[in-house]
Design a protein around this ligand. Sequence first.
Ligand code: PMV
Length: 327
Amino acid sequence: MPVSKGTSIANSNIAFIKYWGNRDHALRLPATASLSMNLAGLFTRTTVAFDPALDRDVVVLDNAAQSAEALKRVADHLDRVRALAKITTRARVDSQNNFPTGTGIASSASGFAALTVAACAAAGLQLSERELSVLARQGSGSASRSIPGGFVEWQMGTGSDDSFAFSIAAPDHWALVDCIAIVSREHKEVGSTGGHALAHTSPLQQARIEDAPRRLDSCREALLARDFSRLAEIVEEDSTMMHAIMMTSRPPLYYWQAPTLAIMRAVREWRAKGLPACFTIDAGPNVHVITTADHAAEVKNRLGAIPGVQNVLTATPGGGAELVTGQ
Ligand code: PMV
């Protein structure tokens, strides 16, 4: 086999209804369904080259050669692709995030989505969007949601083959903007893989799981109806519920820092006074403030003035993972 290459670009995504906890860790089958918006312009670009001259996989992320756990996680994902393609050839993976490294923006969603699409193309596999989403999910759960475009729902499914994400609305359905307030650039102590494994140790997780269909339906309805106030209430409720699980796990996980809480309070005050804005927070201290395009400049300015906010990135609804052709 000659060297066989594929390149893909995939956007990151922000969950409006969160994924936290697995019912099967090895397969990354989620405990609940989730719903997200792809983030245009916050992407990973990945090239995979299967090369018969290699005796092991080589993984370079943002120009740094990876080893140990980071290398193993990518090599394990390549193994899934190799098994499907019935090949054993090792690969060189070169991956770049276009958002500055260390800004605390999660890169596993865009990273594993881009890796999946690039590796499948390089291996000569022609998979459907659904099959790509199933595969990306096994690398990182939230990566399943970066395969389809726009606003995306990841259904729990009954097993691996039907736990995939699909688009519920195109990027132009609603001109929302995610204003991401960066309050810390440090690497989190416990990443999401470790966090998912702890979720069931919180006595609150069962209640969160039982209530999940209500939150998902409410969020989907608000999104499809472009009803901002309804969206805002459910997005904040869902985010805080996830953090309640994190803070009551054994051991507990506290991701918020003082500026995180200051932003949460400010955003609720702004909304009470008529500004359409709501917060959602992932496994870290940075705050995603969702607003509409008309108010994005105002929200960005206000966030920038809060003590502890280092900078504010913005992203509009983005498309799905794409193969880069002609390289
Ligand atoms: O895909 P993971 O394992 O990095 O999990 C993502 C977890 C959250 O970002 C906290 C929530 C979500 O649904 O994206």
